[in-house]
Design a protein around this ligand. Structure first.
Ligand code: DAH
Length: 332
């Protein structure tokens, strides 16, 4: 039987984990005492070798177990000592890192402030929407491209992650009688990812409804021009005829490029104009879906990240969501 009481005794009397580690190396290292015993095995004949190998493995296991047990004791002691020695005086702790709002939230706050000042009130809606609110009631037909699997995140039961904040127009009108003058800020989701698209982003929806004839495209035009000048300063604004299923007529709103003063640059694709939002006069079919009669209204929708990119001169939308403090700290 191999015996190595020396090793076991040494383990027993070790005072530190470092000492213990030295003992382990002396036993099991390249030239360790136990390693050498293993090397000796080849000098025995086959049957003796078998017996000796078994004994040796038992010894090895005994030593390893003793090492581990002692290590547990010593490291607990050492940790307790360390905690005692390195007690932190919290009264001396002066953090110089300040938290700050996310640039997208700063932008959103700015946008909301404008509309609140113009007597709009805030509404919210669910992020998980049904087909009726996200599409049908907004006059988006069954085969409309906006329902394409590539754009929309579908649940198995047919519900969707809302693709825009427009369904909140419907929910508001279902719950309230006109007049309505609301904005709805919130997250929306689309299956898209590149320089200017992320699967989650934010929109602000606007809806104004009143008795027939009381709300017109002229009102819409005034508010949006005034809003864009509030956010971006003295810009030119133009309304370009467009199509949205839930508005008729519909328009896309462009403002003169703030980076090149409308002379043409990379950001505005050398056109001098930046597309900033969509809007229009609420389509009759939308009012029908919520049983509204003898009313008129306008609506608009904008992408908050798009505004943030323009306000802060950021050219990769994804950088807003990568949580890199070197980027985010610049906006505090
Ligand atoms: N819902 C549209 C979108 O996602 C944006 C929009 C355009 C909203 C025109 C409106 C509107 O209310 O009138 O992209």
């Amino acid at each position: 039987m191999f015996m190595d009481n020396n090793v076991l005794k040494a383990i027993e009397s070790a005072q530190t984990t470092q000492e213990l580690e030295d003992i382990r190396i002396k036993a099991f290292g390249k030239k360790g005492s136990i390693t050498e015993l293993f090397a000796l095995l080849k000098t025995f004949d086959e049957s003796t070798k078998k017996i000796k190998a078994r004994e040796l493995n038992i010894l090895k296991a005994t030593i390893e177990k003793a090492l581990q047990a002692k290590k547990d004791i010593l490291s607990t002691q050492e940790l307790a000592q360390k905690l005692k020695d390195e007690k932190i005086d919290m009264s001396l702790f002066k953090p110089n890192i300040k938290g700050s709002h996310h640039p997208v939230m700063l932008t959103l706050e700015h946008i909301i402030n404008y509309f609140i000042s113009m007597n709009f009130t805030l509404r919210r809606g669910p992020l998980i929407e049904d087909d009726f609110h996200n599409f049908q009631a907004l006059n988006i037909a069954e085969n409309h491209p906006a329902r394409d699997m590539q754009d929309t995140f579908y649940f198995q039961d047919g519900k969707v992650l809302r693709t825009h904040t427009s369904p909140v127009q419907i929910r508001t009108m279902e719950q309230e009688a006109p007049p309505i003058r609301m904005i709805c800020p919130g997250a929306v989701f689309r299956c898209d990812y590149d320089l200017t698209h992320t699967p989650m982003f934010h929109q602000v929806e606007g809806l104004v409804v009143d008795k027939e004839g009381k709300v017109s495209f002229a009102n819409l035009k005034y508010i949006l021009e005034d809003f864009l000048r509030f956010v971006f300063g003295e810009v030119k604004v133009r309304f370009r005829s467009s199509f949205f299923p839930f508005t008729e007529p519909s328009a896309e709103v462009d403002m003169s490029c703030i980076f090149c003063d409308a002379h043409g640059c990379r950001v505005c694709s050398h056109t001098g104009w930046l597309e900033v939002l969509g809007c229009g006069v609420v389509d009759e079919n939308v009012f029908k879906a919520v049983n509204y009669q003898n009313v008129s209204g306008y609506a608009f929708g904008l992408g908050v990240e798009r505004f943030a990119m323009l306000m802060y001169g950021v050219n990769d939308l994804r950088s807003f969501f990568e949580s890199d403090l070197r980027v985010l700290e610049q906006f505090s």
